[in-house]
Design a binder for this molecule. Structure first.
Ligand code: ADP
Length: 332
């Protein structure tokens, strides 16, 4: 990164606190009172089976939910901005600027008929009010920041003229141009070749450290979690069922679902959704969750008096750990 040009200012990140976030798609409640805390300048990995609500949480937190989705209640605080409460011009300004979203497929984030450099320069012109010439210079710096060799040449290319890995780097360059306080990465390496995946992962980790970014990283790959995460949040049935420092969570998972999830990982299985489903007895909820704890039909500790009737609220366990389970006495 070219420090002297200062295209990426240091310490961008802010504390993030998601409170009681509930999101519906018509009759389907995808998020049910989710709580999540991400300390400034750290990376939290969000894990859980397919359909647990990870992407919905990511899209709600970046205010990019599809038109058929509705934030029913809750807050998404990034510093002192509540993204969930914004509308109109303040919302447009916050998109990208407060929270930037990296999708799995970089192509959807790029305009196919505009040169890559112009797409980055436009952010500098419109968001930061710099001249056209200065914006073009900053765009090339951003491309250099994300490890693109010969940024002046690449800036003149159209998205289809770049490889998948280069396109994802260009999208990260656009995100950096916004100078976001929260970066949300929704499985940003899944669509790439394995070797390119490792490069993009290393790039985001480097930028996170260099710029002090606050990052929410969605993945189903526990080996990625072990590599990148300061903290881990585990989702099940539209709820965050456990969040903790990564080392603590790996060493002593408190929630029975986290224990089962890590059990799959430790048995040497890949944590692909289909493997998790077969490795943990029963199936994740589809099209609605049962009464009580959403995990009770698959939980070895489930009882009639609490688990099948009452939704467990998150309990603070100390050391920044929270878990939502009626039977934390079984936690190590
Ligand atoms: P994950 O990212 O963990 O796979 P999602 O957030 O994609 O989970 O999905 C959570 C729930 O919301 C699922 O039940 C899913 O079927 C539902 N859902 C997601 N997107 C839509 C949509 N556009 N319309 C209706 N239901 C949706």
């Amino acid at each position: 990164m070219n420090e002297s040009d200062n295209s990426v200012p240091a310490a961008l990140g802010d504390d993030v606190s998601i409170g009681n976030l509930t999101v519906r798609y018509g009759d389907t409640t995808a998020l049910r009172g989710a709580h999540l805390r991400i300390p400034a300048g750290t990376t939290t990995a969000l894990v859980g089976e397919s359909g647990s609500g990870k992407s919905t949480l990511a899209l709600a937190a970046s205010r990019l939910l599809p038109a058929d989705a509705q934030i029913v209640s809750g807050s998404v605080r990034v510093g002192d901005t509540d993204l969930a409460a914004l509308s109109g011009p303040r919302l447009r300004e916050a998109r990208g600027g407060v929270a930037a979203y990296l999708a799995q497929d970089a192509s959807v984030a790029l305009n196919p008929v505009l040169r890559v450099g112009s797409q980055i320069a436009e952010v500098h012109q419109v968001r930061h009010g710099v001249s056209r010439r200065e914006a073009a210079r900053l765009a090339e710096n951003n491309l250099a920041d994300v490890g693109i060799p010969d940024p002046a040449r690449v800036a003149r290319r159209y998205p289809h003229q770049l490889s998948g890995g280069m396109r994802q780097r260009a999208v990260i360059a656009i995100a950096l141009a916004f100078r976001p306080r929260l970066l949300i990465a929704d499985e940003p390496t899944t669509a790439l070749d394995v070797t390119v995946q490792a490069d993009i992962l290393a790039l985001i980790v480097r930028l996170q450290k260099q710029c002090g970014l606050t990052v929410l990283w969605i993945t189903h790959d526990m080996s990625v979690v072990a590599e990148i995460a300061d903290r881990v949040a585990v989702m099940y049935g539209g709820r965050i069922v456990e969040q903790a420092d990564a080392l603590e969570l790996f060493e002593s998972p408190a929630h029975p679902y986290t224990q089962a999830l890590l059990g799959c990982f430790r048995q040497g299985r890949t944590a692909q959704p289909k493997h998790i489903v077969t490795a943990i007895k029963g199936s994740p909820p589809v099209g609605g969750v049962p009464d009580g704890c959403p995990f009770h039909p698959r939980c070895p500790h489930a009882d009639d008096s609490h688990c099948r009737t009452t939704l467990p609220e998150p309990r603070v366990l100390g050391g920044g750990r929270q878990a939502a389970c009626h039977h934390l006495e079984f936690a190590p």
